[in-house]
Write a protein that binds this ligand. Structure first.
Ligand code: ADP
Ligand code: MG
Length: 418
């Protein structure tokens, strides 16, 4: 599980840390920087996928010319905070801390390059990579003090292994194949890479949720592609179907009782619902909120949800009564190991209903008056937050603007502030 991400000169953050838990909620005004945090996670995900910096930031096209990866929002220049030469991201996972500093070549093509990279654990530094001028990165694997002499000898590891790497790609995904302890590689480099690679950025679109799908497509796309066949696969397992229908009937008593999966002459599978009064309704005629809701249930109840799921405005189009059950399901599912959810929200209702654990992992992003940069603070650490949550509800604190006022006070930007 990722426990924190520190953003330095990344977009509108000078030096801020997001603390993450099993279920992390991010709130904040429009243009405060919530999606910029998502961009930071996408950057790290791009690292985990083994892409070069130009690909992570600018996008990657597959061999057939199709988009494989959409790149980071904004122009190439806009990933680094305005006026700064480089940015860095630091991610903490279990006892490993990975940090990458990204700048641009000073001469020639101004391409992005890795200035410096470190992977550390409680045991010490696993590896560092350092850029030398505009030349190739000198990737240095420092495994010296991590293993007892005997083990090192048995594994045939030199005291320090040096290697050359390319400057345009994180060393984390270049170190395979270099002479390095399999133990170090398996538990740290590969382990962290896998955690970064296991992220999903969901952006469910009603249009996609209504499309039929070809049999065998059992992974829900980021925009909600393949919903019919994903639900069909869940329904083939009677126990899973029972769970799904139980959640559905609690949440959508009127509009969904059961599913049907008719096939059209082209072989594509469509989604239809049986409503409480026996009417059959196709996905094309279903409400947007119902489809988004079903897609989230399919994600959360599908086979073995794991890794990190990032949602933008999870409440979008969903009635407060359903948000409550959705919240309960997320809190239940993320209590299982290896599954983590982060979402942004503008919903006071959702915020009021979070449990104590989620409250601890709720952060507010805020651009204080007269400041260009944004700050990220755990809501629970604002003065009297716990007390006011109990007396007024967290949602009221959000809609009444209390969080921004409290931040202006604690950060010393108001006239009377310290
Ligand atoms: N490179 C940058 N340097 C400084 N500020 C930036 C940079 N890129 C974007 N921003 C700021 O981030 C804001 C958008 O933040 P965003 O995360 O999209 O907001 P939201 O909280 O609504 O999701 C922009 O209005 C802009 O002020
Ligand atoms: Mg946004």
């Amino acid at each position: 599980m990722i426990t924190s991400v520190r953003l330095v000169n990344f977009k509108n953050f000078a030096d801020e840390t997001l603390r993450a838990g099993p279920f992390t909620v991010i709130v904040g005004a429009n243009a405060s920087g919530k999606s910029n945090i998502r961009d930071a996670f996408r950057f790290l995900h791009g690292v985990g996928r083994g892409y070069t910096l130009a690909e992570i930031i600018g996008g990657k096209y597959g061999d057939g010319g199709q988009i494989e990866w959409a790149g980071i929002r904004g122009a190439m220049e806009e990933i680094i905070r305005f006026g700064q030469p480089s940015f860095s991201l630091q991610v903490e996972e279990k006892d490993a801390v990975y940090k990458i500093v990204v700048g641009r070549n000073e001469s020639g093509d101004a391409a992005f390059r890795v200035n410096r990279e470190t992977l550390k654990t409680q045991l010490g530094t696993i590896f560092t990579s350092t850029s030398v001028g505009d030349g190739p990165v000198n990737v240095q694997f420092d495994v010296l003090h991590l293993l007892p002499r005997k083990k090192r000898d048995a594994a045939g590891i030199d005291d320090i292994a040096h290697a050359e790497g390319r400057p345009n790609q994180p060393g984390l995904t270049q170190i395979q194949g270099h002479k390095m302890s399999p133990w170090v590689q398996e538990y740290y480099a590969d382990g962290l890479k896998k955690v970064l690679a296991k992220m999903r950025f969901l952006d469910l679109e009603p249009y996609q949720l209504r499309q039929p799908a070809f049999p065998g497509q059992t992974v829900l796309g980021d925009r909600g592609e393949h919903l019919p066949t994903v639900l069909q696969a869940i329904c083939e397992d009677s126990q899973r179907k029972e769970t799904l229908v139980a959640w559905i009937s609690e949440l959508t008593p009127m509009d969904v009782r059961d599913f049907e999966f008719p096939t059209d002459p082209s072989g594509r599978v469509h989604l239809a619902f049986l409503e409480a009064d026996g009417r059959k309704v196709s996905a094309c005629a279903a409400a947007d909120g119902t489809l988004r809701f079903l897609a989230m249930l399919a994600l959360l109840l599908g086979p073995d949800p794991n890794g990190l799921y990032f949602f933008e405005e999870i409440d979008n189009g969903i009635h407060p009564a359903r948000q409550w059950l959705l919240l309960e399901l997320i809190e239940k599912q993320t209590a299982k190991q290896g599954f983590q959810v982060i979402t942004t929200t503008h919903s006071p209702d959702l915020l009021t209903m979070v449990n104590d654990e989620t409250f601890k992992n709720t952060s507010v992003v805020c651009r204080l008056e007269e400041a260009d940069d944004a700050i990220i603070r755990p809501v629970a650490e604002l003065p009297r937050a716990g007390e006011l949550r109990t007396s007024q509800g967290l949602g009221n604190l959000l809609s009444g603007g209390w969080m921004e006022t409290a931040l202006a006070f604690t950060e010393g930007y108001d006239e009377g502030g310290a």
